[in-house]
Design a protein around this ligand. Structure first.
Ligand SMILES: [Zn+2]
Length: 278
């Protein structure tokens, strides 16, 4: 009821989302793994510097990414993404800033999405402006690595990918077909910065909207926490729904502990014609 009041009371919301809203789509929290922000090289995240400087690390990264891709590509939005799309349609949500790279807001049909940490669905060249869709690169990987078939059997229940040393070392990674440069997913890796124009865009949105609704994030990355600091500075109302504690619990007007899907679906339910009602 308190959350419903919060949403009713404010004209236009800026929504900040994180990994916690995608768990119900089957992406393990913090292990969005092979293709996500926390893509790991063995058991820790790949750092931006390492990725740029080591061919061996890139090879291992792309081999694992190749195997994990078909599953990641096919994940579907869940009730939280669908409710946010509905709230955008009725003019309640002015902007969704997501830390997720899984494209699920767009799959749900949301249009006003800012992908703070980029997207796993695009690949960029580190040397020229060339960008390609990730699924196109999958076809190139397949041609270059005919003996390695990406199958779900190679993914463990925890979302990790099991590859032998030989499989990794024998994996062929293509260069940019425009300039021969290094290809990197269009994701902000650890140790990399969110592009300046994106930071400015988020800032302007937070400034222009009435309140901030935070869903499924602990706010542990500074690029997300900075948005909360800006909202506090501007005396905007802030509400958080997250399963655990967050960095800003003590600084906000309303904190609800729970899974986003459970909490939001208590307010909005689908009616017979697939429209949300409250
Ligand atoms: Zn290039």
């Amino acid at each position: 009821m308190k959350l419903k009041e919060f949403i009713d009371k404010h004209e236009r919301l800026c929504v900040l989302t994180g990994a916690g809203i995608s768990t119900e789509s089957g992406i393990p929290d913090y292990r969005s793994a092979e293709v996500g922000l926390y893509a790991r090289s063995n058991h820790r995240p790949v750092l931006y510097k390492e990725f740029c400087s080591s061919e061996a690390i890139r090879r291992r990264y792309w081999a694992r990414n190749y195997v994990g891709w078909p599953r990641f590509f096919s994940l579907k939005p869940n009730i939280t993404h669908n409710i946010l799309k509905y709230l955008e349609d009725i003019g309640k949500v002015g902007c969704i800033v997501t830390q997720n790279v899984d494209n699920l807001h767009s799959k749900a049909g949301s249009k006003k999405v800012i992908e703070l940490h980029g997207t796993a669905f695009k690949v960029m060249c580190l040397h020229c402006d060339h960008k390609i869709f990730r699924h196109k690169l999958q076809e190139v990987f397949q041609k270059l690595n005919p003996s390695m078939i990406a199958t779900a059997q190679m993914i463990r229940p925890d979302g990790d990918v099991e590859l032998s040393q030989e499989q990794v070392e024998g994996f062929n990674v293509p260069a940019c077909n425009n300039c021969g440069g290094i290809l990197k997913p269009d994701i902000v890796f650890f140790g990399d910065n969110v592009p300046h124009d994106k930071v400015q865009n988020v800032k302007a949105n937070v400034e222009n909207l009435d309140a901030l609704l935070i869903l499924g994030t602990t706010l542990s990355t500074f690029s997300a926490y900075r948005i909360v600091l800006q909202a506090i500075d501007a005396a905007k109302a802030i509400a958080i729904v997250n399963i655990g504690e967050t960095r800003a619990d003590k600084e906000v007007d309303l904190k609800i502990k729970g899974r986003c899907g459970d909490v939001l679906s208590k307010i909005w339910q689908l009616n017979a014609s697939n429209n949300f009602i409250n």
